[in-house]
Design a protein around this ligand. Structure first.
Ligand SMILES: CC(C)(COP(=O)(O)OP(=O)(O)OC[C@H]1O[C@@H](n2cnc3c(N)ncnc32)[C@H](O)[C@@H]1OP(=O)(O)O)[C@@H](O)C(=O)NCCC(=O)NCCS
Length: 170
């Protein structure tokens, strides 16, 4: 079994928050941040698997601090745990007031990305090996998060069956 270290998938993306990225309160639009989170998680997973990936799930994203126009927003991501075909990716979001250097941890999330083959079927990925204390902590706690996701997926399947695809106004 091929192995890879967490650092092999490490991704950093920094950008400045422009007016076109903000809501009417002058802070970064939540949907834009979620799109950035999905982007960096996908890059980390593709780097690890060296295969195309799809997002299977995103754990909750709590917006801990607003990110103001003119701040920088920096996302860091890496693969923390691997199953047979799935990869858990941790994403951390830090804002910085570039004029005074104040930084805030604004959001964190775990995403599950699945490597797929040319028929879009799940395909095996290398095993990830943690090295640093943080990587080991995230790796060791991954199975607990996976169990919660499994339960949530089962509940979602039940709700999907109950709701169906009818228009709500019919
Ligand atoms: C994700 C997807 C490929 C899984 O395919 P599947 O036929 O259900 O395959 P499996 O049940 O064998 O699951 C494959 C892996 O994904 C994991 N997985 C599937 N759904 C999951 C979910 N909701 N949350 C976390 N992991 C999930 C499984 O645990 C399994 O992991 P493992 O191989 O490491 O043990 C498929 O459901 C899919 O294509 N979903 C849509 C993805 C998408 O469009 N994303 C948004 C745009 S990129």
């Amino acid at each position: 079994m091929e192995i890879k270290f967490c650092r092999h998938s490490f991704v950093v993306k920094t950008s400045i928050v422009l007016p076109s990225d903000t809501n009417n309160y002058g802070t970064l639009f939540g949907g834009r941040l979620m799109s950035y989170i999905d982007d960096v998680a996908a890059i980390a997973a593709i780097r690890h698997a060296r295969a195309p990936v799809v997002t299977a799930s995103t754990d909750s994203v709590d917006f801990l601090h607003p990110i103001y126009e003119g701040n920088s927003v920096c996302l860091e991501a890496f693969v923390t745990y691997t199953g047979r075909t799935s990869m858990e990716v941790f994403v951390k979001v830090i804002s910085e007031d570039l004029l005074n250097g104040n930084r805030n941890l604004c959001a964190m999330s775990f995403l599950t990305m699945v490597a797929v083959d040319k028929h879009n079927k799940p395909t095996p990925v290398p095993q990830v090996v943690p090295e640093s204390e943080t990587e080991k902590m995230l790796h060791d706690s991954a199975l607990k998060r996976a169990a919660i996701r499994k339960k949530r997926k089962e509940e979602a399947a039940g709700m999907a069956a109950a709701f169906g695809t009818d228009y709500p106004w019919c």
